[in-house]
Design a protein around this ligand. Structure first.
Ligand code: 6PG
Length: 257
């Protein structure tokens, strides 16, 4: 176990963003195949942002011929912007164009968040109800995703859980809508109780501009770690894989094995 591994966390450092993407794709495929063979389905929540584009494109390029049992997948989204599905800012639209349009997934098993709903809190609560209905619950009674894919911003935000925002301390709602002062916009997002109940969380972070935040979330000091939203990812009974390229890991002292 390296200095930056904790019992629930495994940090993997690759030389380049491309290699980090390949590692993420391999891990994702292993997790999906295992979930489908053990439980007959895989419930996954995908991330927005630019980092996962290459990962989605890689999976899309393998398409139907790859190892992923797409027909047994149920696809959710960890966060969404306050826009409709056709808007260029929509996470759903990005994932649809880079991945979902190219693989044999059942359209009825893809669950976009309603980012253009007039009442976003009602949309968040509907989404939570759908998750509670469709996912098996774990020992703590919370629905358990087989896999939640996440990215991280340079300020340490993950999903739409931004530093200083009210959603960070949400202990009851599993999905919420909140105003993010730094964006001047509302977002829909999973909250930590739902994130941390997952079986597997894959946090993919690349690039020099994330190095400081990466150092912050990997520190052994729990109090400082929790200052950054992504530092609060700590699965209660699952595994967090942090996949980095060398640029993002630069300040941690961790290198490619
Ligand atoms: C979003 C995300 C968000 C993202 C980070 C990193 O909707 O934008 O879900 O949490 O993962 O902002 O974004 P980049 O990959 O673009 O750096």
């Amino acid at each position: 176990m390296s200095a930056s591994d904790r019992p629930y966390r495994k940090v993997l450092v690759e030389r380049t963003a491309e290699e980090a993407t390949t590692t993420a794709a391999t891990l994702l495929k292993t997790i999906v195949c295992e979930a489908v063979s053990q439980r007959g389905a895989c419930h996954v929540a995908l991330a927005g942002g630019t980092t996962p584009h290459a990962l989605y494109q890689k999976l899309a390029a393998e398409g139907a011929s790859g190892e992923v049992p797409w027909r047994s997948m149920e696809v959710f989204f960890g966060d969404e912007r306050d826009v409709g599905q056709d808007n260029v800012e929509s996470n759903y639209r990005m994932v649809q164009r880079t991945l979902l349009d190219h693989v044999p997934i059942e359209p009825t098993k893809v669950y976009p968040m309603r980012g253009d709903a007039e009442d976003l809190q009602a949309a968040a609560s509907e989404y939570e109800q759908a998750i509670r209905r469709l996912l098996p619950a774990g020992a703590g009674g919370l629905p358990r995703f087989d896999l939640i894919l996440l990215g991280m911003g340079g300020d340490g935000h993950t999903a739409s859980l931004f530093p200083g925002s009210e959603a960070l301390n949400e202990g009851k709602k599993l999905v919420t809508s909140h105003y993010v002062p730094v964006l001047g916009r509302r977002r829909l997002t999973f909250t930590f109780p739902l994130v941390n109940a997952a079986r597997n969380i894959l946090l993919l972070v690349t690039g020099e501009d994330k190095a400081k935040a990466v150092l912050g979330i990997l520190t052994d000091d729990q109090e400082s770690r929790q200052l950054l939203p992504a530092g609060r990812i700590a699965p209660t009974d699952g595994i967090l894989y942090v996949i980095l390229d060398a640029a993002a890991a630069r300040l941690t002292g961790l290198t490619h094995a």
